[in-house]
Design a protein around this ligand. Structure first.
Ligand SMILES: *Cc1c(COP(=O)(O)O)cnc(C)c1O
Length: 394
Protein backbone atom coordinates (compact mmCIF):
# COMPACT_ATOMS: atom_id res chain seq x y z
CA UNK A 1 0.00 0.00 0.00
CA UNK A 2 1.32 3.42 -0.89
CA UNK A 3 1.30 6.23 1.62
CA UNK A 4 -1.56 7.93 -0.26
CA UNK A 5 -3.76 4.79 -0.02
CA UNK A 6 -3.50 4.49 3.75
CA UNK A 7 -6.30 6.06 5.69
CA UNK A 8 -4.51 8.80 7.65
CA UNK A 9 -6.62 8.28 10.80
CA UNK A 10 -6.64 4.45 10.80
CA UNK A 11 -3.97 4.30 13.47
CA UNK A 12 -6.39 5.78 16.03
CA UNK A 13 -8.52 2.60 16.21
CA UNK A 14 -5.37 0.50 16.57
CA UNK A 15 -4.02 2.75 19.30
CA UNK A 16 -7.33 2.56 21.18
CA UNK A 17 -7.35 -1.24 20.89
CA UNK A 18 -3.88 -1.33 22.45
CA UNK A 19 -5.08 0.88 25.30
CA UNK A 20 -8.04 -1.46 25.88
CA UNK A 21 -5.90 -4.59 25.85
CA UNK A 22 -3.65 -3.04 28.49
CA UNK A 23 -6.70 -2.18 30.66
CA UNK A 24 -5.82 1.50 30.36
CA UNK A 25 -9.12 2.74 28.98
CA UNK A 26 -10.76 5.62 30.86
CA UNK A 27 -14.44 6.44 31.21
CA UNK A 28 -16.24 9.63 32.21
CA UNK A 29 -18.69 9.65 35.09
CA UNK A 30 -21.18 12.53 35.05
CA UNK A 31 -21.85 13.98 38.52
CA UNK A 32 -25.36 15.38 38.62
CA UNK A 33 -25.36 17.07 42.05
CA UNK A 34 -23.47 19.96 43.65
CA UNK A 35 -19.95 19.14 44.94
CA UNK A 36 -19.63 17.66 48.44
CA UNK A 37 -18.80 14.53 50.47
CA UNK A 38 -21.86 12.80 48.99
CA UNK A 39 -22.59 13.26 45.27
CA UNK A 40 -24.93 11.77 42.70
CA UNK A 41 -23.35 9.83 39.84
CA UNK A 42 -26.11 9.36 37.28
CA UNK A 43 -28.94 8.28 39.59
CA UNK A 44 -26.80 6.85 42.37
CA UNK A 45 -25.79 8.64 45.57
CA UNK A 46 -22.16 7.83 46.40
CA UNK A 47 -19.54 8.81 48.95
CA UNK A 48 -17.06 11.09 47.23
CA UNK A 49 -13.38 10.33 47.87
CA UNK A 50 -12.17 11.48 44.46
CA UNK A 51 -12.32 15.26 44.67
CA UNK A 52 -9.61 17.86 45.36
CA UNK A 53 -12.12 20.10 47.14
CA UNK A 54 -10.13 19.68 50.39
CA UNK A 55 -11.88 22.45 52.32
CA UNK A 56 -15.37 22.01 50.87
CA UNK A 57 -15.31 25.39 49.14
CA UNK A 58 -16.28 24.45 45.56
CA UNK A 59 -19.99 24.57 46.41
CA UNK A 60 -19.77 27.30 49.06
CA UNK A 61 -22.58 29.84 48.76
CA UNK A 62 -20.14 32.76 49.24
CA UNK A 63 -18.07 31.70 46.23
CA UNK A 64 -21.24 31.33 44.16
CA UNK A 65 -22.40 34.79 45.27
CA UNK A 66 -19.03 36.43 44.55
CA UNK A 67 -18.88 34.83 41.10
CA UNK A 68 -22.46 35.87 40.33
CA UNK A 69 -22.00 39.47 41.45
CA UNK A 70 -18.77 39.80 39.50
CA UNK A 71 -20.42 38.42 36.36
CA UNK A 72 -23.30 40.87 36.70
CA UNK A 73 -20.77 43.67 36.68
CA UNK A 74 -18.15 42.44 34.18
CA UNK A 75 -19.79 39.63 32.20
CA UNK A 76 -18.33 36.13 31.95
CA UNK A 77 -15.28 36.07 29.71
CA UNK A 78 -12.20 38.25 29.94
CA UNK A 79 -12.41 38.68 26.13
CA UNK A 80 -8.69 38.73 25.43
CA UNK A 81 -5.17 38.44 26.72
CA UNK A 82 -4.47 40.46 29.85
CA UNK A 83 -2.10 42.56 27.71
CA UNK A 84 -4.93 43.56 25.35
CA UNK A 85 -8.60 43.65 26.41
CA UNK A 86 -8.53 40.98 29.12
CA UNK A 87 -7.29 42.83 32.18
CA UNK A 88 -9.72 43.76 35.03
CA UNK A 89 -9.02 45.30 38.41
CA UNK A 90 -10.26 41.96 39.87
CA UNK A 91 -7.25 40.16 38.36
CA UNK A 92 -4.87 42.63 39.97
CA UNK A 93 -6.70 42.38 43.28
CA UNK A 94 -6.34 38.59 43.15
CA UNK A 95 -2.62 38.94 42.38
CA UNK A 96 -2.09 41.31 45.31
CA UNK A 97 -4.04 38.97 47.58
CA UNK A 98 -1.99 35.94 46.50
CA UNK A 99 1.27 37.83 47.07
CA UNK A 100 0.16 38.88 50.54
CA UNK A 101 -1.06 35.35 51.39
CA UNK A 102 2.25 33.86 50.20
CA UNK A 103 4.44 36.61 51.66
CA UNK A 104 6.01 37.44 48.29
CA UNK A 105 6.60 40.75 46.51
CA UNK A 106 4.17 40.03 43.69
CA UNK A 107 2.15 37.37 41.86
CA UNK A 108 0.76 36.65 38.40
CA UNK A 109 -2.56 34.91 37.71
CA UNK A 110 -2.86 32.36 34.87
CA UNK A 111 -5.94 30.63 33.45
CA UNK A 112 -5.01 27.29 35.04
CA UNK A 113 -2.39 25.69 37.24
CA UNK A 114 -1.27 23.68 34.24
CA UNK A 115 -0.71 26.87 32.23
CA UNK A 116 1.11 28.54 35.13
CA UNK A 117 3.60 25.67 35.53
CA UNK A 118 4.17 25.03 31.85
CA UNK A 119 4.55 28.70 30.93
CA UNK A 120 6.88 29.46 33.82
CA UNK A 121 9.25 26.57 33.14
CA UNK A 122 9.38 27.49 29.44
CA UNK A 123 10.12 31.13 30.31
CA UNK A 124 12.84 30.45 32.88
CA UNK A 125 15.09 28.06 30.97
CA UNK A 126 16.12 27.33 27.38
CA UNK A 127 18.51 25.26 25.31
CA UNK A 128 21.75 26.09 27.18
CA UNK A 129 20.15 25.36 30.56
CA UNK A 130 19.31 22.38 32.76
CA UNK A 131 16.22 21.21 34.59
CA UNK A 132 16.60 18.83 37.51
CA UNK A 133 13.16 17.39 38.22
CA UNK A 134 11.64 14.96 40.67
CA UNK A 135 10.71 11.82 38.72
CA UNK A 136 7.15 11.97 40.12
CA UNK A 137 6.46 15.56 39.02
CA UNK A 138 3.06 16.40 37.56
CA UNK A 139 2.58 16.30 33.79
CA UNK A 140 2.55 20.13 33.52
CA UNK A 141 6.12 20.34 34.86
CA UNK A 142 7.35 17.44 32.72
CA UNK A 143 5.76 18.81 29.55
CA UNK A 144 7.07 22.30 30.34
CA UNK A 145 10.55 20.82 30.71
CA UNK A 146 10.34 19.14 27.30
CA UNK A 147 9.00 22.26 25.64
CA UNK A 148 11.71 24.46 27.18
CA UNK A 149 14.40 22.55 25.24
CA UNK A 150 16.61 22.59 28.33
CA UNK A 151 18.51 19.39 29.17
CA UNK A 152 16.32 17.44 31.59
CA UNK A 153 17.71 15.31 34.45
CA UNK A 154 15.19 13.39 36.56
CA UNK A 155 16.14 12.46 40.11
CA UNK A 156 14.52 9.58 41.98
CA UNK A 157 11.45 10.70 43.91
CA UNK A 158 12.47 12.87 46.90
CA UNK A 159 16.01 11.42 46.71
CA UNK A 160 18.32 14.38 47.41
CA UNK A 161 21.44 12.21 47.35
CA UNK A 162 20.58 11.34 43.75
CA UNK A 163 19.88 15.01 42.98
CA UNK A 164 23.25 15.97 44.48
CA UNK A 165 24.96 13.38 42.28
CA UNK A 166 23.26 14.73 39.15
CA UNK A 167 24.13 18.32 40.09
CA UNK A 168 27.76 17.40 40.63
CA UNK A 169 27.99 15.70 37.24
CA UNK A 170 25.91 18.00 35.08
CA UNK A 171 25.41 21.43 36.66
CA UNK A 172 28.80 22.79 35.47
CA UNK A 173 27.85 22.10 31.83
CA UNK A 174 24.93 24.50 31.84
CA UNK A 175 24.20 28.21 32.00
CA UNK A 176 21.10 28.43 34.24
CA UNK A 177 19.58 25.57 36.19
CA UNK A 178 16.09 25.02 37.57
CA UNK A 179 15.04 22.39 40.10
CA UNK A 180 11.32 21.55 39.91
CA UNK A 181 9.23 19.71 42.50
CA UNK A 182 5.73 19.44 43.85
CA UNK A 183 5.22 20.30 47.51
CA UNK A 184 2.60 17.66 48.33
CA UNK A 185 2.91 15.00 45.63
CA UNK A 186 -0.46 14.40 44.04
CA UNK A 187 -0.15 10.68 43.38
CA UNK A 188 1.71 9.49 46.49
CA UNK A 189 0.57 11.95 49.13
CA UNK A 190 4.08 12.66 50.46
CA UNK A 191 5.96 15.99 50.62
CA UNK A 192 9.29 17.23 49.26
CA UNK A 193 12.10 17.96 51.78
CA UNK A 194 12.04 21.65 50.87
CA UNK A 195 14.60 23.24 53.26
CA UNK A 196 17.26 20.66 52.33
CA UNK A 197 16.41 20.97 48.65
CA UNK A 198 16.89 24.75 48.89
CA UNK A 199 20.27 24.24 50.61
CA UNK A 200 21.38 22.08 47.67
CA UNK A 201 20.05 24.60 45.18
CA UNK A 202 21.98 27.39 46.88
CA UNK A 203 25.19 25.38 46.84
CA UNK A 204 24.84 24.65 43.11
CA UNK A 205 23.42 27.99 41.95
CA UNK A 206 20.00 26.69 40.93
CA UNK A 207 16.56 28.26 40.84
CA UNK A 208 13.81 26.24 42.53
CA UNK A 209 10.20 25.99 41.38
CA UNK A 210 7.76 24.43 43.82
CA UNK A 211 4.23 23.50 42.74
CA UNK A 212 1.79 23.93 45.65
CA UNK A 213 -1.30 22.66 43.78
CA UNK A 214 -2.04 20.22 46.60
CA UNK A 215 -0.25 22.05 49.42
CA UNK A 216 -2.48 25.13 49.39
CA UNK A 217 -5.23 25.07 52.01
CA UNK A 218 -3.70 21.94 53.53
CA UNK A 219 -0.42 23.11 55.11
CA UNK A 220 0.73 26.29 56.81
CA UNK A 221 -0.99 29.13 58.62
CA UNK A 222 -4.08 30.29 56.74
CA UNK A 223 -3.50 27.34 54.46
CA UNK A 224 -0.63 29.24 52.84
CA UNK A 225 1.07 25.99 51.86
CA UNK A 226 4.12 23.78 52.40
CA UNK A 227 6.59 26.62 51.72
CA UNK A 228 5.15 28.53 54.67
CA UNK A 229 4.81 25.40 56.85
CA UNK A 230 8.52 24.59 56.38
CA UNK A 231 9.60 28.20 57.07
CA UNK A 232 10.91 28.72 53.53
CA UNK A 233 8.82 31.74 52.49
CA UNK A 234 11.80 34.11 52.62
CA UNK A 235 14.14 31.90 50.61
CA UNK A 236 14.71 32.41 46.86
CA UNK A 237 11.88 30.48 45.23
CA UNK A 238 9.44 30.39 42.36
CA UNK A 239 6.11 29.44 43.95
CA UNK A 240 3.44 28.08 41.63
CA UNK A 241 -0.04 26.83 42.48
CA UNK A 242 -3.70 26.93 41.58
CA UNK A 243 -7.17 27.94 42.75
CA UNK A 244 -8.77 24.73 41.47
CA UNK A 245 -8.19 22.42 44.41
CA UNK A 246 -8.61 23.54 48.05
CA UNK A 247 -9.71 26.97 46.82
CA UNK A 248 -12.73 25.53 45.00
CA UNK A 249 -12.39 27.68 41.86
CA UNK A 250 -10.14 27.61 38.79
CA UNK A 251 -6.96 29.33 37.67
CA UNK A 252 -3.26 29.27 38.50
CA UNK A 253 -0.64 31.66 39.82
CA UNK A 254 3.08 32.27 40.19
CA UNK A 255 4.31 34.15 43.28
CA UNK A 256 7.79 35.54 43.89
CA UNK A 257 10.02 38.56 43.45
CA UNK A 258 9.05 41.68 41.45
CA UNK A 259 11.64 40.90 38.77
CA UNK A 260 10.36 37.34 38.31
CA UNK A 261 6.76 38.46 37.88
CA UNK A 262 7.66 41.35 35.58
CA UNK A 263 9.75 38.99 33.44
CA UNK A 264 6.96 36.39 33.21
CA UNK A 265 4.53 39.09 32.03
CA UNK A 266 6.79 39.40 28.98
CA UNK A 267 7.97 35.86 28.47
CA UNK A 268 5.49 33.23 29.75
CA UNK A 269 3.72 32.12 26.53
CA UNK A 270 0.70 30.67 28.37
CA UNK A 271 0.12 34.10 29.94
CA UNK A 272 0.97 36.42 27.04
CA UNK A 273 -0.97 34.45 24.40
CA UNK A 274 -3.90 33.17 26.45
CA UNK A 275 -7.15 34.83 27.53
CA UNK A 276 -7.28 36.27 31.04
CA UNK A 277 -8.85 34.13 33.77
CA UNK A 278 -12.67 34.23 33.54
CA UNK A 279 -14.50 36.74 35.75
CA UNK A 280 -16.40 34.21 37.94
CA UNK A 281 -13.24 32.13 38.52
CA UNK A 282 -11.30 35.23 39.52
CA UNK A 283 -13.95 36.50 41.95
CA UNK A 284 -14.46 33.04 43.49
CA UNK A 285 -10.71 32.55 44.01
CA UNK A 286 -10.46 35.91 45.73
CA UNK A 287 -13.30 35.04 48.07
CA UNK A 288 -11.82 31.61 48.80
CA UNK A 289 -8.50 33.07 49.99
CA UNK A 290 -10.48 35.36 52.31
CA UNK A 291 -12.33 32.35 53.75
CA UNK A 292 -9.06 30.48 54.34
CA UNK A 293 -7.84 33.38 56.45
CA UNK A 294 -11.10 33.74 58.41
CA UNK A 295 -12.00 30.09 58.95
CA UNK A 296 -8.97 28.06 60.13
CA UNK A 297 -11.45 25.51 61.52
CA UNK A 298 -11.81 24.07 58.00
CA UNK A 299 -8.12 23.18 57.83
CA UNK A 300 -8.25 21.83 61.42
CA UNK A 301 -11.21 19.59 60.53
CA UNK A 302 -9.42 18.36 57.41
CA UNK A 303 -6.50 17.22 59.57
CA UNK A 304 -8.79 15.53 62.12
CA UNK A 305 -10.35 13.62 59.21
CA UNK A 306 -6.95 12.64 57.78
CA UNK A 307 -5.86 11.14 61.12
CA UNK A 308 -9.26 9.53 61.63
CA UNK A 309 -9.21 7.83 58.20
CA UNK A 310 -5.62 6.59 58.55
CA UNK A 311 -6.39 5.16 61.98
CA UNK A 312 -9.53 3.41 60.71
CA UNK A 313 -7.72 1.95 57.68
CA UNK A 314 -4.89 0.64 59.86
CA UNK A 315 -7.39 -0.79 62.34
CA UNK A 316 -9.04 -2.68 59.45
CA UNK A 317 -5.66 -4.11 58.40
CA UNK A 318 -5.55 -2.23 55.09
CA UNK A 319 -2.13 -1.19 53.68
CA UNK A 320 -1.07 2.47 53.27
CA UNK A 321 1.33 3.53 50.52
CA UNK A 322 2.88 6.43 52.42
CA UNK A 323 3.76 6.83 56.10
CA UNK A 324 3.21 10.59 55.81
CA UNK A 325 -0.26 11.83 56.73
CA UNK A 326 -1.89 14.04 54.07
CA UNK A 327 -5.33 14.35 52.45
CA UNK A 328 -4.13 12.05 49.67
CA UNK A 329 -4.34 8.54 51.08
CA UNK A 330 -3.19 5.75 48.76
CA UNK A 331 -3.57 1.99 49.08
CA UNK A 332 -1.20 -0.08 46.94
CA UNK A 333 -2.91 -2.52 44.52
CA UNK A 334 -1.64 -5.94 43.47
CA UNK A 335 -1.79 -5.52 39.69
CA UNK A 336 -3.11 -3.38 36.84
CA UNK A 337 -5.92 -5.78 35.91
CA UNK A 338 -7.52 -5.92 39.37
CA UNK A 339 -6.93 -2.18 39.55
CA UNK A 340 -9.02 -1.65 36.41
CA UNK A 341 -11.92 -3.64 37.91
CA UNK A 342 -11.79 -2.04 41.33
CA UNK A 343 -13.01 1.43 40.36
CA UNK A 344 -16.38 0.32 38.92
CA UNK A 345 -16.82 -2.24 41.72
CA UNK A 346 -16.33 0.46 44.36
CA UNK A 347 -18.78 2.72 42.56
CA UNK A 348 -21.35 -0.08 42.61
CA UNK A 349 -20.75 -0.33 46.36
CA UNK A 350 -21.38 3.41 46.74
CA UNK A 351 -17.83 4.79 46.80
CA UNK A 352 -16.38 7.17 44.22
CA UNK A 353 -12.57 6.89 44.33
CA UNK A 354 -9.83 7.01 41.76
CA UNK A 355 -7.68 4.09 40.77
CA UNK A 356 -4.43 5.36 39.30
CA UNK A 357 -2.47 3.05 37.03
CA UNK A 358 0.67 3.10 34.93
CA UNK A 359 1.72 5.09 32.93
CA UNK A 360 0.43 7.89 35.20
CA UNK A 361 2.28 6.29 38.13
CA UNK A 362 4.85 3.47 38.34
CA UNK A 363 2.59 1.16 40.40
CA UNK A 364 -1.20 0.88 40.61
CA UNK A 365 -2.93 2.30 43.64
CA UNK A 366 -6.33 3.25 44.99
CA UNK A 367 -6.24 6.99 45.61
CA UNK A 368 -8.57 8.46 48.22
CA UNK A 369 -8.81 12.15 48.91
CA UNK A 370 -10.19 13.29 52.25
CA UNK A 371 -11.86 16.66 52.72
CA UNK A 372 -12.96 18.74 55.69
CA UNK A 373 -16.61 18.02 54.88
CA UNK A 374 -16.42 14.24 55.37
CA UNK A 375 -17.90 13.04 58.68
CA UNK A 376 -16.64 10.21 60.90
CA UNK A 377 -19.54 8.09 59.58
CA UNK A 378 -18.55 8.75 55.94
CA UNK A 379 -15.03 7.53 56.73
CA UNK A 380 -16.31 4.47 58.62
CA UNK A 381 -18.57 3.53 55.70
CA UNK A 382 -15.63 3.91 53.27
CA UNK A 383 -13.43 1.59 55.35
CA UNK A 384 -16.27 -0.95 55.66
CA UNK A 385 -16.60 -1.04 51.84
CA UNK A 386 -12.82 -1.19 51.21
CA UNK A 387 -12.42 -4.09 53.65
CA UNK A 388 -14.79 -6.17 51.46
CA UNK A 389 -12.25 -6.12 48.63
CA UNK A 390 -9.49 -7.73 50.69
CA UNK A 391 -7.83 -9.60 47.79
CA UNK A 392 -6.88 -6.61 45.67
CA UNK A 393 -4.35 -4.78 47.86
CA UNK A 394 -0.64 -5.36 47.36
C1 LIG B 1 -3.87 19.71 39.46
C2 LIG B 1 -2.45 20.01 39.32
C3 LIG B 1 -1.99 20.98 38.41
C4 LIG B 1 -2.90 21.61 37.39
O1 LIG B 1 -3.72 22.57 37.95
P1 LIG B 1 -5.06 22.97 37.17
O2 LIG B 1 -5.47 24.21 37.86
O3 LIG B 1 -6.01 21.83 37.39
O4 LIG B 1 -4.72 23.16 35.75
C5 LIG B 1 -0.66 21.30 38.41
N1 LIG B 1 0.21 20.69 39.24
C6 LIG B 1 -0.18 19.73 40.10
C7 LIG B 1 0.82 19.09 40.98
C8 LIG B 1 -1.53 19.35 40.16
O5 LIG B 1 -1.90 18.39 40.98
Amino acid sequence: MTVAQQHPYQWLEQALATIQRAHWQRTLKPITSPPGPVVTVGEQRVLNFASNDYLGLAGDERLVQAATQAMQRYGVGATGSRLLSGHRDLHRELERTVAQWKGTEDALVFSSGYAACLGTVVALVGRPDAIFQDAYNHSCLQQGAKLSQAQVYAYRHNDLAHLQELLQTHRPDHRRALITTESLFSMDGDCCPLPELLDLAERWGCMVLVDEAHGNGVFGEQGAGWVQATGCQDRPLVQVGNFSKALGSMGGYVAGRHALIAYLRHRAPTWVYSTGLSIPDTAAALTAIGILKQEPQRQAQLWRNIHDLRAQLTQAGLPLLSAVPSPIVCLPLRDTETAAQLEPALLQAGVLAGVVRPPTVPTSRLRLSVTSSHTHDHLAELVRVLAQFSGVYG
